[in-house]
Design a protein around this ligand. Structure first.
Ligand SMILES: NC(=O)c1ccc[n+]([C@@H]2O[C@H](COP(=O)([O-])OP(=O)(O)OC[C@H]3O[C@@H](n4cnc5c(N)ncnc54)[C@H](OP(=O)(O)O)[C@@H]3O)[C@@H](O)[C@H]2O)c1
Length: 259
């Protein structure tokens, strides 16, 4: 019998048009695998679909704006009633910052960030969970960030949204494990992508997206609870979270992360 975790045969990836999402789609694409790829940009999505079909995967695409979290949840419920999913990678996300003139995060942008990075993430889980619980199997991977360990002055709302995803994933993992469902929290450092390029501040230990995708795939197959990388950035950011806030603030200022 095929081990669904090591060899998922049906994989849904949100944000498949972005740097990490595209690399994950390509990493999972192979004969015998059905990929369901979500994005907003239809042209880019078609390019990712083509790349995955070329290596033998069966690909379905869905163009959807995840700011409509309830609409997305309903779409998933309907889809999963027809087609089960072995693995769901909740990857789509956005980042904002204070702007070039340091005007501060704009409220409209904050609301949109929370809609995509938090509401749509929880809605995705609620959209696929009834099917997974009925089957008693499935895996859900949630994209958090090393920025979740300690709020960053350059991106406070983003850090907070990723902390929400981290903590949610940890709680859901423990609740769902006895029911046969694995939940994993992924905490990347800097990975090449349009989002990463647009981010202010230094970007030490930058990984290429295909390298990050290969690492994530390997760790998901092992059901690693927290997939955080790269070392030593994961260790350093975790360390910041356990220091006194004034000490971690001093370190962050010294490292030029003071916004
Ligand atoms: N790259 C990094 O350094 C890094 C580090 C830590 C964590 N992460 C996390 O990794 C995930 C992927 O990031 P990335 O670096 O690959 O970013 P990216 O290249 O900017 O891709 C973001 C993806 O999210 C989708 N998306 C954004 N807003 C959407 C919306 N309203 N509705 C539907 N889809 C939407 C985009 O779709 P369209 O382009 O089609 O709109 C795109 O596919 C994110 O959750 C991010 O927070 C990234």
């Amino acid at each position: 019998m095929v081990n669904k975790r090591s060899h998922p045969q049906s994989v849904l990836i949100t944000g498949a048009t972005g740097g990490i999402g595209r690399a994950l789609a390509v990493a999972y694409a192979q004969p015998g695998v059905r990929l369901v790829l979500q994005g907003r940009n239809a042209d880019i999505l078609a390019g990712v679909q083509q790349a995955c079909e070329q290596v033998g995967a069966v690909v379905e695409t869905v163009v959807f704006d995840l700011k409509d979290a309830e609409g997305w949840r309903q779409w998933l419920l309907a889809y999963c009633a027809q087609q089960p999913l072995d693995l769901v990678v909740v990857n789509a996300g956005v980042n904002i910052n204070h702007g070039p003139d340091n005007a501060g995060e704009q409220w409209e942008q904050v609301q949109q960030l929370l809609a995509v990075n938090v509401s749509a993430v929880f809605a995705t889980v609620h959209g696929v969970l009834p099917m997974m619980r009925a089957r008693g199997q499935g895996q859900i991977a949630l994209l958090s960030s090393l920025a979740a360990h300690r709020g960053l002055a350059v991106t406070p709302s983003y850090s907070a949204s990723k902390a929400a995803v981290k903590v949610y994933g940890e709680g859901m993992r423990d609740w769902l494990a006895p029911q046969g469902i694995q939940v994993n929290v992924i905490m990347p450092g800097y990975v090449t992508s349009p989002m990463c390029e647009a981010m202010p501040g230094p970007k030490p230990f930058l990984w290429a997206a295909p390298k990050a995708a290969a690492h994530i795939k390997k760790r998901l197959a092992k059901n690693t609870p927290r997939i955080s990388f790269p070392f030593p950035l994961n260790f350093g950011t975790w360390g910041l979270s356990v220091l006194h806030p004034s000490v971690s603030a001093w370190i962050l200022r010294r490292l030029d992360y003071d916004g």
